[in-house]
Design a binder for this molecule. Structure first.
Ligand code: HSE
Length: 298
């Protein structure tokens, strides 16, 4: 009565879609083993590869599972969880989301799939609430549903999968500095200008249209964030140079991955995605900041 789960890294926001658009990568991702336990409730047995709490109430996987168990309403059910982290906390590629999502997907499987993907997203969002103070769904939804997802509304929760063009790749650079999502949210302004809002919702609509039409030019033009990126760019070394050089290399566009410090770039095809990775190397190598680069299909 155990299951091994792969929980993918995710890119939230995808430039224009703050808190509403997200995508899942093939790699990197965490692995988790979920076991049924005689002991009711949730026990986090071990976390390998990152220093995270094994107190179920302080661990995002624990909190997400507790939300699931509350709804399952059978006081005898219990789970043990072992987590193998490949996605570092504070990386901006959905570390907490991977743990929350993997835990509830695994548990749902062991229980015989009583819950829908949307219900699982809701449970996993409780993990995000613990991690960042906000129960955002733009990482957990793609982690659970795959590909691109869109949160149309939080209240009531209304999430939909979007079409993913066959040849779309993502390149992500992860500077090895930690940016806490809660901090990266605190610096945001609470009001937006109407002119910025108009530009932003034009971009979100066009991004969705571009994905469905597999129109890479339209996708490219939509990858613009005039609201959040200008505030958060200061958190990331050489952000604007990185973006410019990657676009010169042939990337469609990109921006900050989630709340950073990772930066993502979308490309048409693996060849360009790998050239973009080399460009990221050339920008970051002289900076003396440790970093990792990942290339993945979506
Ligand atoms: N949408 C969230 C944010 C994602 O940008 O704060 C955090 O990974």
């Amino acid at each position: 009565d155990s299951i091994k789960v792969f929980a993918p890294g995710t890119v939230a926001n995808v430039a224009c879609g703050f808190d509403v658009v997200g995508l899942a990568m093939d790699a990197p991702g965490d692995e988790m083993i979920i076991r049924r336990s005689e002991q009711p409730g949730v026990q986090i047995k071990a976390v390998h590869g990152a220093r995270l709490s094994t107190d179920a109430a302080q661990n995002v996987a624990g909190v997400a599972l507790q939300a699931l168990l509350q709804k399952y309403d059978n006081p005898d059910v219990g789970f043990e969880v072992e987590i193998f982290k490949n996605i570092q906390p504070g990386s901006g590629i959905g570390s907490s989301a991977a743990s929350s999502a993997g835990a509830v997907v695994g548990a749902n499987h062991l229980l015989g799939q009583p819950f829908t993907p949307k219900q699982l997203v809701r449970f996993a969002m409780e993990g995000e609430r613990l991690a960042s103070g906000a129960a955002h769904a733009d990482n957990v939804a793609p982690a659970i549903m795959g590909g691109f997802t869109l949160v149309r509304s939080y209240k009531p929760l209304d999430i939909t999968s979007l079409h993913t063009p066959a040849d779309l790749w993502v390149t992500v650079i992860h500077p090895q500095i930690e940016v806490k999502t809660s901090d990266a949210r605190e610096i945001l302004k609470q009001k937006v200008l109407m002119t910025d809002a108009i530009r932003q919702w034009g971009n979100v609509g066009a991004l969705v249209a571009g994905l469905y039409q597999e129109n890479y030019g339209l996708i490219s033009r939509s990858l613009e964030d005039v609201i959040v990126e200008p505030v958060r760019a200061i958190l990331i070394p050489a952000f604007y140079e990185l973006k410019l050089k990657c676009k010169e290399t042939g990337a469609l566009g990109g921006g900050i991955s989630g709340s950073g410090p990772s930066v993502f770039m979308l490309s048409k095809g693996e060849t360009i995605a790998r050239q973009v990775a080399a460009t990221m190397d050339s920008v970051y190598a002289p900076l003396g900041v440790d970093y990792k680069v990942h290339v993945s299909p979506i």
